[in-house]
Design a protein around this ligand. Structure first.
Ligand SMILES: C[S@@+](CC[C@H](N)C(=O)[O-])C[C@H]1O[C@@H](n2cnc3c(N)ncnc32)[C@H](O)[C@@H]1O
Length: 249
């Protein structure tokens, strides 16, 4: 049998850390290639699988190797309560770009120069939950940063996640969210919409604002400046999923 520690060190550079049982469960469920997975307590991890993820229980049984506590601690930035960690192969940029160019049956979320890794992770989780085609970021934040993957609970494998230049943004009707826009409740979001959100600090960039087809606002009481970025994505995706409003001209 291959030593999990040497596999880990050989693969770590080119793979994504799945931190905790739930991240591993989601990644396996959505087809991630997982070359190595470790835990300090196989029995406890498999009991969790039996209780919470019977659909992938056999796969986890095959994947998980028990390692000593100190080995596990040497592999992760901070120990997770479930004491499970794994490495997964990151989907290729070429495959992601190809998927984003295909005709879409669900929107793509664009985060325009986001800054907060926790927000980006929460948005990936939302996009996966709503069945969005993908989450695209512009700017310097890496949407596959370990903190984003941790926030996304392993759901980076359930939707396309990629950082693009503004020139590479997917085609489709562009709906940008901004408190100064038209009330979103009167507008039906099409399935091929590109839904763009501004950065936490400065909102939508001038570039996106100039190219947007529709500027939409989430309902908000006077004197409140704005919502949190991930919360705004949640409301917009919910509005799309509910199918409310009239088709945009
Ligand atoms: C924290 S807000 C940005 C606040 C920023 N200070 C500004 O000047 O816009 C992050 C993003 O969430 C979205 N957002 C927040 N509140 C919104 C609202 N009431 N309507 C539409 N979008 C909103 C926008 O896309 C915004 O750029």
């Amino acid at each position: 049998m291959t030593d999990p520690l040497s596999s880990w060190h050989r693969l770590a550079g080119g793979c994504v850390l799945l931190d905790g049982f739930h991240a591993l469960k989601h990644a396996v469920r959505f087809g991630a290639e997982v070359p190595v997975a470790v835990t300090t307590d196989r029995r406890a991890a498999l009991a969790l699988a039996e209780e919470l993820a019977p659909d992938v229980q056999d796969r986890l049984d095959t994947l998980l190797t028990e390692v000593p506590e100190e080995t596990y601690r040497s592999l992760v930035p901070r120990p997770h309560p479930t004491a499970v960690a794994a490495l997964a192969v990151r989907p290729s940029r070429q495959d992601n770009l190809r998927t984003l160019e295909l005709p879409r049956s669900a929107p793509v979320v664009v985060l325009d120069q986001p800054r907060n890794l926790g927000n980006a992770g929460a948005v990936v989780r939302l996009a996966a939950g709503f069945g969005a085609t993908g989450v695209v970021t512009t700017g310097t934040l890496d949407p596959w940063h370990p903190t984003v993957v941790r926030g996304g609970a392993g759901l980076h494998f359930a939707t396309v996640v990629e950082r693009l230049t503004v020139e590479e943004l997917p085609r489709g009707p562009l709906f940008a969210l901004d408190p100064e826009g038209e009330d979103i409740r009167g507008v039906k979001l099409p399935d091929d919409a590109v839904l763009a959100f501004g950065s936490e600090r400065s909102g939508l960039s001038a570039w996106l604002r100039a190219r947007t087809d529709h500027l939409l606002a989430l309902p908000m009481r006077p004197k409140v400046s704005s919502y949190n970025l991930a919360t705004s994505v949640a409301m917009a995706l919910y509005h799309w999923s509910a199918g409310g409003g009239a088709s945009a001209p």
